[in-house]
Design a protein around this ligand. Structure first.
Ligand code: NIG
Ligand code: FE
Length: 411
């Protein structure tokens, strides 16, 4: 019976499945993984393989480690231009918020993105995606939010869908129309929220361009009341929500997200204990973004101990964007989550696999090596899984396998 499309042998597994206190990686030394029709069909110790198995392709992993394909669950990677000049200003002491209030920041990227054609946007974004994939990423979330009008928001999400088709990667798209107030609505934020709810969101949903809806709840973004309106509209269309919450101040964003059953609340540096408790009750994932924390030279840490105590799952992501995290390395985020936020290397790996899948509503599809899940895998030339978070600037990825590429191809 056991005739498979592919098998991985001579390999150790960090399955992230059935994590226990003694082995948070769910390790199987000298294991085997088999794939049929793009799904994981068998996983376990090689010695326990059923007699008489056959596979069309045998991958010899040379004693390396196989993990679930990495999941970058929060990016803004489709945009045009760069904000290096603002980086220089910030290093001179001008704050991120001051730059935003002066019409720069997100709005400077909006100007560049509105002016860019689709081909140009695709070219600039493909380069960033390629860097992520080279580190074993098999699923990436991509937000809009640099268009702030229906045509440009649709173009950004359309480019995200094109990237999925071209690059053997699972892409989940998120509509972030409520990212900043476009200049044509200056002084009329409620009117812009009307536009988001009554025109942009329905149009983007009808075109099948959004898998979820996000907003930026902040002094320089939108109020909790405005955010709630976007969430209610999204939910009425059957779309899950997530939120940029408590990044620069505590507006109770994470609690608001939890009240709306959000998949995730992201950033969280200023989140209160009450917000943490609300997330725990709602099953909302905490997405930590150490790149933005680092690049903004933030000193207020997200409440990691409180999140752990409340058993809120913690995911990690690059937040790849031109203003607060011009970064395309999820491995670097794992290292920073350990050094800056005091996560363990095992928590960091769970943050870019198991919990990142949940942050996208994909927990039954990806994020673990387990029977029935997509055969999205990454192969690493390492001796133990902690090396993934330990080294920074290195890339030990030697294979990337995506379920839709028939039998899997090395990176
Ligand atoms: O996740 N804070 C809001 N959004 C982005 C930054 C966007 C930008 O500065 O271009 C973030 O940090
Ligand atoms: Fe972000």
């Amino acid at each position: 019976m056991n005739h498979w499309d592919a098998i991985w042998l001579n390999v150790n597994l960090a399955t992230l499945d059935g994590q226990s206190g003694t082995d948070p990686y769910g390790s199987v030394e000298d294991g085997a993984v088999a794939m049929l029709d793009g799904r994981i069909a068998w996983v376990g110790p090689r010695a326990a393989l059923p007699a008489g198995w056959r596979a069309q392709v045998e991958h010899d992993c040379r004693g390396g480690w196989l993990t679930p394909g990495l999941i970058d669950c929060h990016t803004h990677l489709v945009y045009a231009g760069s904000r290096a000049a603002e980086f220089e200003q910030r290093l001179q002491g001008v704050s991120y918020e001051e730059i935003a209030r002066a019409g720069g920041g997100i709005l400077s990227t909006v100007r560049a993105t509105r002016a860019a054609g689709e081909r140009d946007l695709l070219r600039q974004s493909s380069a960033r995606l390629a860097a992520l994939l080279a580190e074993g990423v098999t699923t990436v979330e991509i937000k809009s939010g640099y268009g702030l009008d229906t045509a440009t928001e649709s173009r950004i999400l359309g480019v995200a869908r094109q990237l999925a088709a071209a690059c053997a990667v699972e892409v989940k798209t998120t509509f972030l129309g409520a990212h900043a107030l476009p200049p044509e609505y200056a002084g009329h934020a409620d009117d812009y929220i009307d536009l988001v709810c009554e025109e942009m969101l329905p149009a983007i949903h009808a075109a099948g361009l959004a898998d979820a809806v996000d907003a930026f709840c902040e002094g320089i973004g939108f109020s909790p009341q405005q955010t709630a309106r976007v969430f209610e509209r999204a939910r009425s269309l059957g779309l899950p929500v997530k939120l940029h919450a408590d990044q620069l101040s505590d507006l109770g964003g994470a609690a608001l997200a939890a009240q709306h059953g959000a998949l995730s609340a992201d950033h969280l540096e200023y989140s209160s204990q009450a917000s943490v408790d609300a997330m725990a009750r709602a099953g909302t994932v905490a997405v930590l973004l150490p790149g933005a924390y680092y690049f903004l030279r933030e000193t207020r840490l997200p409440p990691v101990a409180a999140l752990c105590a409340a058993l809120v799952p913690m995911a990690l992501a690059t937040d790849c964007n031109p203003g607060t995290s011009p970064c395309t390395s999820l491995l670097l985020m794992m290292n920073m989550a350990c050094t800056l936020f005091r996560l363990t290397p095992a928590e960091a790996l769970a943050g870019v696999t198991l919990h990142a899948a949940r942050a996208l509503g994909l927990q039954d599809q990806a994020g673990r090596i387990a029977p029935g899940l997509r055969a999205d895998l990454a192969l690493w030339e390492i001796e133990r899984p902690a090396e993934l978070a330990y080294a920074f600037g290195a890339n030990p990825c030697v294979g990337r396998y995506h379920a839709d590429t028939a039998v899997g191809t090395p990176a």
